[in-house]
Design a protein around this ligand. Structure first.
Ligand SMILES: Nc1nc2c(ncn2[C@@H]2O[C@H](COP(=O)(O)OP(=O)(O)OP(=O)(O)O)[C@@H](O)[C@H]2O)c(=O)[nH]1
Ligand SMILES: [Mg+2]
Length: 492
């Protein structure tokens, strides 16, 4: 068994690599096993890389790091679009159930909220009727009061009733995908009570749904997996069929004005959340639906563990082989990162600026932007990573802009910010903050470590759902990583 992750006072990053607090013996055993596998896999890959390097091939190791939902996997999809377009396009069909599941999750949360509100309304009406019959309230006053309230009608009840099959389908689907969901992970629910579905990688997802895929280990794994995948296949078809049959009903509830007001009152902004497809419900639930590049980038599938992708990056004069690692970003996942730190050439760090008014799902005491800054500080100051170039994506600026335009004040959440509440000012300020954090952290390790290359730090404001703009940035990242034709990155 590998040694447990230790806290090393000289390496601030090791604080993040400690096991989660309150870890049970079973969780610890599972984590250690996963770490051992990761170390073994990383060594195998390193050996392979060294072997290939001998064959005059040149490899570049790139890590995508950042908190959960920062956009790491989406950045990887963009890289595939630039460097492996054909295989990206060939895989697009396998994202259909993920898009469908994203819709299912959001719609289930809407139905639950509406049903709860209808229940409250009925209880209030019953108690008002009792009160008015006892105190004989003025009828005119009653109707003024009623106008200020959300009025759900029988139509809403009927819509919710028709959409009830979605609730069962969501439970069945989640159970199928996360069969070994531990209680600790199960407790990672969003404020709406939604549970995130995860798989080890997109390929694992495919295996869940394609006949002949394998997802387990052990003597009976083949048989069990065949069982699971044929069940997965049936579920995938069932989901597509049910969503197609209910598309108009979903649209009716989603576009209803009373429902919109309810969501507003509850502060629920589904359109700003990950995996939002409700505005496209008729298109994406059509039986002949094929996801576009953007649909694939928008589809949300949480990463657990570390996934590895090989890309051939060619320029006019050279050809390099990139091995890109995409990691799970939640705090409980960060313990799996360390085995991949050896010989890293570049880190693409994703910091979602739009998260300035949100808390971490895994620790509601911590502001998400503050968490990004802490993580960036630790990565900048880690002696293990001193030879890696740092590429910082100040991501989700499209969502940041929407929030600022809605009047959400950046300064109310980020201490010391006294600039104006506009995109340019906020991006400029955050770029400065991240750079100064990096400078300070880096200065502490310079003297003690022997860096063999001059580390480059580049900052890009990004919205990685803007595929065209991101492809241009990726080419600049390529130049930075390859140490040639470094371009000005003063884009803010
Ligand atoms: N609007 C907007 N959405 C984004 C942007 N970047 C990522 N997203 C969406 O945010 C969601 C989360 O992105 P992911 O790439 O899955 O995040 P991640 O960092 O891989 O998260 P974990 O796997 O949990 O660590 C996805 O639905 C993306 O489509 C962005 O710049 N703008
Ligand atoms: Mg991911």
């Amino acid at each position: 068994m590998p040694p447990a992750v230790q806290y090393d006072a000289t390496d601030p990053l090791s604080r993040f690599l400690l096991p989660p607090p309150g870890e049970t013996p079973e969780d610890r055993a599972a984590r250690l096993q996963a770490e051992a596998l990761a170390v073994q896999k990383s060594r195998e890959i390193d050996d392979e890389i060294k072997k290939q390097a001998k064959d005059k091939k040149e490899f570049v190791k790139v890590l995508l790091l950042g908190q959960a939902e920062s956009g790491k996997s989406t950045t990887l999809k963009n890289m595939k679009l630039v460097y492996a377009k054909d295989s990206f396009r060939a895989e697009r069909g396998s994202w259909v159930p993920i898009v469908h599941f994203n819709i299912l999750r959001q719609m289930v949360s809407v139905v639950r909220l509406v049903e709860e509100a209808i229940g409250l309304q009925e209880a209030e009406e019953a108690s008002r009727q009792r009160e008015s019959s006892e105190s004989r309230l003025d009828p005119e006053r009653q109707s003024v009061e009623a106008r200020g309230r959300l009025q759900f009608t029988n139509d809403h009840r009927v819509l919710c009733m028709r959409l009830r099959p979605l609730l069962d389908l969501e439970s069945t689907f989640t159970a199928h995908l996360n069969p070994y969901l531990s209680p600790a992970l199960d407790s990672q629910r969003s404020t709406l009570g939604r549970r995130e579905v995860f798989v080890q990688s997109h390929f694992a997802w495919i295996k869940h749904f394609q006949p002949g895929g394998s997802v387990g280990v052990g003597a009976n794994a083949g048989q069990q997996n065949h069982h699971r995948t044929s069940k997965g296949d049936a579920l995938r078809n069932e989901l597509a069929r049910v969503l197609n049959a209910l598309a108009k009903t979903i649209l009716a509830l989603w576009t209803d004005q009373v429902v919109r007001r309810l969501l507003n009152c509850r502060g629920v902004r589904l359109e700003l959340e990950a995996g939002f497809f409700l505005d496209d419900v008729e298109r994406v639930t059509a039986l002949n639906y094929e996801p576009t590049d953007l649909d694939v980038c928008k589809a949300r599938l949480k990463t657990v563990g570390v996934s590895e992708t090989h890309l051939v990056v060619s320029s006019l004069f050279q050809r390099k082989y990139w091995v890109v690692y995409d990691v799970g970003g939640s705090r409980t996942q960060r313990a799996t990162w360390k085995p991949y730190f050896e010989d890293v050439n570049a880190i693409v760090f994703l910091a979602p600026l739009s998260a300035f008014n949100q808390q971490l799902e895994e620790d509601p005491e911590i502001n998400r932007l503050a968490d990004s800054l802490m993580l960036w500080k630790d990565i900048s100051g880690s002696p293990l990573l001193v030879n890696a170039h740092l590429i910082l994506f100040l991501n989700k600026i499209d969502l940041l802009q929407k929030k600022l335009e809605q009047g959400i004040e950046f300064g109310n959440y980020i201490h010391h910010y006294s600039g104006s509440n506009d995109l340019e000012a906020v991006c400029k300020y955050m770029k400065k903050r991240f750079l100064s954090v990096n400078k300070e952290a880096q200065s502490k390790i310079k003297l003690s470590s022997k860096s063999s290359v001059a580390r480059l730090v580049r900052v890009f404001p990004t919205s990685v759902l803007d595929i065209e703009a991101t492809s241009r940035i990726i080419v600049q990242v390529q130049d930075t990583i390859l140490g040639s034709a470094i371009q000005s990155c003063d884009l803010v």
